[in-house]
Design a binder for this molecule. Structure first.
Ligand code: URA
Length: 434
């Protein structure tokens, strides 16, 4: 009766009943709600919407469908979530930087989705790392190091896992209400005090327009705050890769460069990491400018690198990642430049096409069961605004074989636009405050 009643209310456009929605989420988790009922629900939400209150109720109900972590630690428990982009390895730098600033970061991360990379796949590009760990191990690593970048245990928001799989095959992924509840149910189950969101906007993001990104950012911020977690969002540019490297080991490598204090290796990655970490610390009461200075220092001094290396060692990776990371990361056998087909200024990258080129090289999954090749991808991707002459490199391809390198070179050339004059958007385009 419960699932039918929920769907009947949605059909009529009536407000949702909190108790019925909670029972529905439990039913998703324990299997008593059928796939047909879940599909009808997802379509009902897509067509009718839940409204602000209903979105909070669904998020809380999905969060509470599994374990919700509680912490007793001598500092704030905080995290960051990105809606997904290219060369976005912020998590690998931000989590240890926040830990070095005295915060605790249980960062439950996901795998690559579509053309975008996933933090979990990046962590697993480090030999030996096992990011799929028990709650007990998560507590140990967070307690000892201050951060753990890992996958969700099977007991985190099981209602979302079920509903996401149904949405995937029923054409109901693209609903701001459902995306909001899906993202937040998992993040809030980690028991956070504050959360900063990085909502990406541009050719390499899922949200291509500023209006779409703003709508999602507002929905996420109001819902997370409504569910009791202090949350703010930055809307950030994704018209070009955030770091000049795409692909799992290559993104770990560029993150290690930044953690070595080499800001110039990836200035946009560095600066956005500092901005997001400072916003997260400010949500716990710290002055934002002072927090930004502390985070920059933690990166420049090597304190963040030290945390990262200890985390990697506890997760089963090499014991000396800080000293010898170049030796540990797998390299592709074929490495070659991709050159500009004409003279001009780089005025646009088709970000989605770049991401798909890396997926086609084996750096992402075409189907869920695909194995990722951590070594492949692109490096030295030139930033927008760079003037190039015909035949000059615009990127370097790292491929498993010559044919794959050639296909990637063609895809990269198709993804670029050469013109004259360029004035790009700011890295941080907007903010949504609690
Ligand atoms: N990521 C999620 O976790 N859920 C969505 O619905 C979309 C992106």
């Amino acid at each position: 009766m419960g699932a039918r009643a929920v769907n009947a209310r949605l059909r009529r456009g009536d407000p949702v009943d909190p108790d019925e929605l909670r029972a529905f989420a439990k039913g998703l988790a324990d299997g008593s709600v059928s796939d047909a009922q879940a599909g009808a629900f997802a379509m009902g939400v897509c067509l009718r919407g839940l409204g602000e209150e209903g979105r909070v109720i669904l998020t809380e109900a999905m969060r509470d469908s599994g374990d919700v972590l509680r912490w007793d630690l001598p500092g704030p428990v905080i995290d960051k979530h990105s809606t997904g982009g290219l060369g976005d390895c912020v998590s690998l730098v931000l989590a240890p930087a926040l830990a070095a600033c005295g915060a605790f970061v249980p960062m439950i991360s996901g795998r690559g989705l579509g053309h975008t990379g996933g933090t979990l796949d990046k962590m697993e590009a480090i030999p030996g790392v096992s990011a799929q760990i028990s709650e007990e191990k998560l507590r140990q690593v967070v307690g000892e190091v201050g951060c753990a970048v890992v996958g969700a245990t099977g007991r985190i928001a099981p209602a979302d896992r079920r509903l996401y799989a149904v949405r995937d095959v029923t054409g109901t992924v693209e609903s701001v209400d459902l995306i909001t509840a899906s993202i937040l149910s998992k993040k809030l189950a980690a028991g956070l005090e504050a959360l900063v969101l990085d909502v990406k906007c541009g050719s390499g993001a899922f949200m291509k327009s500023g209006d779409e990104a703003l709508a999602l950012a507002r929905s996420l911020v109001t819902t997370a705050n409504g569910a009791g977690c202090r949350t703010a969002a930055l809307i950030t540019d994704m018209d070009e890769p955030l770091a000049p490297a795409l692909g799992n080991a290559l993104e770990v490598g560029i993150s290690m460069e930044v953690l070595s204090g080499n800001r110039d290796a990836a200035p946009r990655l560095h600066d956005l990491t500092v901005a997001l970490a400072a916003r997260a610390l400010a949500l716990t009461g710290e002055d934002e400018d002072a927090a930004a200075a502390r985070v920059s220092d933690a990166i420049a001094s090597g304190a963040a690198m030290e945390r990262f290396a200890r985390m990697v060692a506890l997760l089963g990776g090499p014991p000396d990642m800080d000293a010898d990371w170049r030796a540990h990361l797998k390299r592709a056998p074929v490495v070659g430049d991709v050159v500009a087909p004409a003279d001009g200024v780089l005025t646009a990258w088709d970000g989605e096409a770049l991401g798909l080129a890396v997926v086609a090289m084996g750096g992402g999954r075409q189907v869920e069961t695909d194995r990722i090749d951590p070594a492949v991808g692109l490096s030295d991707v030139r930033p927008l605004g760079t003037r190039v002459a015909r035949g000059e490199p615009v990127a370097t391809a790292h491929a498993a074989d010559e044919a794959s390198a050639e296909a990637a070179a063609q895809a990269v050339q198709r993804a670029l636009t050469l013109g004259e004059g360029f004035a790009g958007p700011d890295l941080v385009i907007g903010r949504v405050e609690p």
